[in-house]
Design a protein around this ligand. Structure first.
Ligand code: NOS
Ligand code: ZN
Length: 359
């Protein structure tokens, strides 16, 4: 056991975040403002009550019901100015929470209800991240934000979204993803898109092994060629527990290849993938030295932040700065930006800060 670490110190410590949804992280007050502008009806217009509504509604025990709450955030993100504002505030909120590197994802195809084109949607979000990052630097909390473009797995636009991602690769889009309900929508439905991305030497992650088990993880890696797994928590189904855990062939492959797992503890409890934080397989996966990373998934629906996720793990598993640093460096090593830039953040920002905390 280590000495308990203080929450405000976790906030100040540099953190890296790989799995955060733009449409799952709006400020409740912003939703209220934007909904009034476009005439969208909300469950309540009191920001505090609205924040509580999202957490309660997402606390359903089912991924499908959890995803229904996004109707209200997506509805207010249909204009360039709304997208830009949401992205700007996202960068600011993450930076204020001590996140120094973030990859934030969203699905452009869900933002075409008014008159924007796919490219205009992406340009508005990228502009918002640039503005937010500049404001964060001025405030003394510098952050670098990369964007991942998500295609919805039940839809049929993945090739188009993959091409969109590649088109914007030199302007802030660093990768591609697929998301949405997992059961019934295997990643191989989108094989053309993944093969195209590989030919373009581009990076992608796939939501897999969250609500559905090993077949989805196996397809994501062995058929689709995913660089990382969004969640991937069900990889534990291929590990026989006990004092000397035994890894099946897929779990061994994931560990041997150092395939990053984008674990999202609070989100998993809400969707019923895991019973509680204390029972989250992150403890076992860390002990077995998988390439584990800690993520927020949807800060609004989980009422969480990167610091809160770290604090929950410290409390449940007795982790201290050594483990927080390990999760952070794992994430930074697994980022989709160029290797030299990842190393620069590790060597110049992360390691010096944790050296002080560990001293
Ligand atoms: O944990 C998750 N699993 C699967 N899909 C998700 C999760 N969180 C959010 N989304 C989906 O991704 C879309 C783009 O950001 C969201 O609109 C939501 O439908
Ligand atoms: Zn997700």
């Amino acid at each position: 056991m280590v000495a308990r670490i203080r929450y405000e110190d976790i906030v100040k410590a540099p953190k890296a975040l790989l799995h955060d949804h733009l449409d799952g992280g709006l400020r409740p007050a912003t939703i209220v403002d934007l909904a009034a502008e476009v005439g969208h009806e909300l469950p309540t217009t009191d920001p505090v009550a609205l924040g509580g509504w999202f957490v309660a509604a997402a606390d359903s025990g089912s991924l499908e019901r959890y995803l229904e709450t996004f109707a209200h955030t997506v509805a207010v993100m249909q204009t360039a100015s709304a997208l830009r504002r949401v992205a700007r505030e996202c960068a600011l909120d993450l930076a204020a929470d001590g996140v120094v590197y973030a990859e934030v994802r969203f699905a452009p195809e869900q933002h075409l209800e008014r008159d924007l084109t796919l490219d205009e949607v992406v340009e508005a979000v990228l502009a918002g991240f640039v503005e937010g990052s500049a404001l964060a630097a001025e405030a003394g909390t510098p952050i670098r934000v990369g964007t991942l473009l998500t295609a919805m797995r039940h839809a049929a636009r993945s090739q188009e979204i993959a091409e969109l991602a590649v088109r914007h690769r030199d302007h802030g889009v660093v990768g591609f993803d697929i998301a949405g309900a997992e059961a019934g929508f295997p990643p191989t439905r989108h094989l053309d898109a993944f093969e195209y991305l590989q030919r373009e030497n581009f990076h992608f992650t796939i939501h897999a092994g969250e609500a559905f088990g090993l077949p989805s993880i196996w397809q994501a890696i062995q058929w689709c060629g995913a660089d990382r797994l969004g969640h991937g928590v069900r990889i534990v189904d291929d590990i026989t527990g006990g004092p000397e855990p035994v890894l099946g062939r897929l779990a061994a492959y994931v560990r041997d290849k150092r395939i990053p797992l984008e674990l999202c503890p609070s989100s998993n409890v809400q969707t019923g993938a895991v019973a509680s934080i204390a029972e989250h397989p992150i403890g076992l996966l860390r002990d077995l030295r998988f390439r584990v990373t800690v993520n927020t998934d949807n800060r609004l629906m989980s009422g969480t932040s990167m610091s809160r996720e770290m604090a929950l793990l410290c409390e449940a598993f007795g982790y201290g700065w050594r483990e927080v640093q390990w999760f952070t460096i794992n994430a930074m090593k697994s980022a989709f930006i160029p290797f030299d830039q990842r190393l620069q953040i590790i060597d110049e920002v992360i390691k010096p800060a944790y050296a002080k905390l560990l001293a």
